[in-house]
Design a protein. Sequence first.
Length: 251
Amino acid sequence: MAQLCVNIDHVATIRNARGGSEPDPLHAAAICELAGAVGITYHLREDRRHIRDEDAYAFRRIVNGLLNMEMACTDEMVKIALKVKPDQVTLVPEKRAELTTEGGLDVVANADSVEKATRKLTKAGIAVSHFIDASRDQVAAARATGATHVEFHTGIYADHFDRERTLAIREAARIEEMCLYGHDLGLVINAGHGLNYRNVALIARLPYMNELNIGHALVGRAVMVGLDRAVRDMVALCATGSLPVDRPGSF
Ligand code: PXP
């Protein structure tokens, strides 16, 4: 089963809605770690719509567990990552107008720039993960361009889970096959996007699944029940496939 990394971006989204300093993503990160998250993930986007540069540096000072920086494969972002020094960088595709990351990074088509960024970051002691669709070509390209980790995009699985379960199951089977292939190539296997309290268990129990990056559903649940409980419930689902025994039937 898998460990939970909380994607903290949406705490910053709420903060930025009123231009002030609350809720503070740093406080949220500390609560997530105390509640059992193995790490904190943030996405420093080109348009700085949620996380800002100063947040990135501040996380480095206060996060004790894994600090995972999602970023586009650009010279600007590589420069910042080399200064911030997160434990891990996850290279993601980025389009200015998108609501959230759409699809995986096309490592096959962008092999030269992805390899250049990956090698630079690796040389600085930062682990590099590629956020990709679960396809054999992309997994092989991630390995060939120097990634030590891959994060499989679970968006299609998540989108279909409540509407067309057979399609979701088929997508999970495709991801499972790529978990086995990636592991055979020596890659550490992570996954994320669109995972929530209903659909996470099936992905958490895929073979060699190491870490799940979960943001929107978790921050949404925190609005209802508090961040501590939202994280504890998701940690339990990732680790065991069920909610904690003292909270059966949590919505
Ligand atoms: N992993 C990656 C690479 C992402 O870009 C995102 C969204 O920022 C997530 C995981 C988390 O997705 P969600 O907010 O849907 O849980």
